[in-house]
Ligand binder design. Structure first.
Ligand code: PLP
Length: 358
């Protein structure tokens, strides 16, 4: 296996993959695969409920939060959030920190919802997280993207909504660190970075937010439909949820919880940024105080060298280092599953590459 720096779908813990492999054909002695059993069987409900319990425990969520497992990717949350939480006559605040934040704003606008973009970092290619903004006290929620996967920036401290419920797209940094969930009304994340395979989207919603949807929201697009039925209103992506459950178990039992996860992630990021800052050959693109612990974006002296870098890294088992096609450059995604050994190998390769090509 290679060291996998892909931005998503991304590396999964080897231990989890092995567990899936071992149980795949005959799940818990049932004589069936997890992909063959009924989603209404006790066997699957145990998986689902264990995933919920572990999620709540890891994030220290109070009892008034529900965990939902939905489909349609994080991209579907861009419209489900305003559809459900922004009834006629109300408005929401949005902070534009990158391509994904912009897409979330666009979907709210398509629905003809009133959304105020109260801050943006578009003026500097989204290389920083805005610090100055004021939240409208009457806003239904404040939406922000906690980690900007493409641009390599992350909120070091979440914005202060001043009592306005926070809504966050945490697709690319969910469970990379611990945080206080109490100011949040809703959090969503596509699974395919830190949580599991693509195909399931986790939504954490505070109970009082469930009742806000107006009557004309279709059944499948209402959060309350899925909350009322414990994510079993229709057939859920059982295999993906099972793998998420194993990843949560890995974080709790093998890593030792979110504080330990965060220490490990900071150690990895410090190693990589520390090296980037020590050389002129590579140029990190995000401002220092806005740097992501998950997606480390950087440039080389020119685009030809960037292509060569990605190709040569691939040949020595360091995969997925190409930057997003919309911004170019290079990006090392160092999500939860990637260990310090992967980052050390990358830094060693970068040093050699710089010596040869500098
Ligand atoms: N939001 C963020 C921050 C992302 O990084 C991504 C995907 O990379 C998405 C949303 C879109 O997720 P999905 O492909 O699950 O719709």
């Amino acid at each position: 296996r290679i060291f996998n720096f892909n931005p998503g779908p991304a590396a999964l813990p080897l231990q989890v993959l092995k567990e899936v492999q071992q149980e795949f054909i005959n799940f818990k002695g049932s004589g069936m695969s997890i992909s063959e059993i009924s989603h209404r069987s006790a066997l699957f409900e145990d998986v689902l409920n264990d995933a919920i319990v572990r999620f709540k425990r890891l994030l220290k969520l109070s009892d008034n939060f529900k965990i939902l497992f939905l489909q349609g990717g994080a991209s579907s949350q861009f419209f489900m959030v305003p559809m459900n939480l922004l009834p006629e006559g109300s408005s929401a605040d949005y902070i534009n920190t990158g391509s994904w934040a912009k897409k979330a704003i666009k979907e709210a606008e398509i629905l003809k919802k009133t959304c105020n973009v109260i801050a943006s970092s578009e003026d500097k290619n989204y290389s920083y997280i805005p610090k100055k903004f004021s939240v409208n006290p009457s806003a239904a929620y404040l939406h922000f993207t906690s980690n900007n996967t493409i641009e390599g920036t992350q909120w070091a401290q979440f914005p202060d909504g001043g009592g306005v419920p926070l809504v966050s797209d945490m697709s690319s940094d969910m469970l990379c660190r611990s945080f206080d969930a109490s100011p949040f009304g809703l959090i969503y994340a596509g699974a395919q970075k830190n949580l599991g395979p693509a195909g399931v989207t986790v939504v954490i919603i505070r109970e009082d937010m469930l009742e806000r949807a107006s009557k004309d929201v279709p059944t499948m697009l209402r959060y309350s439909t899925h909350a009322d039925k414990n994510s079993l209103y229709n057939t859920p992506p059982c295999l993906a949820i099972y793998i998420v459950q194993l990843v949560l178990k890995w974080i709790e039992e093998s890593i030792g919880g979110l504080d330990a996860m965060e220490r490990r992630n900071r150690e990895k990021a410090d190693l990589l940024y520390g090296y980037l800052d020590s050389t002129d050959f590579y140029r990190p693109t995000a401002e220092k105080d806005s740097r992501s612990l998950m997606n480390v974006t950087f440039r080389l002296p020119d685009e030809d060298l960037e292509k060569k870098f990605v190709a040569e890294a691939g040949k020595v088992g360091l995969g997925g280092l190409k930057g997003h096609r919309s911004v170019g450059g290079c990006r090392a995604s160092i999500y939860n599953a990637l260990g310090l050994d992967g980052v050390q190998s990358l830094v060693d390769f970068m040093k050699t590459f710089a010596q040869k090509n500098g």
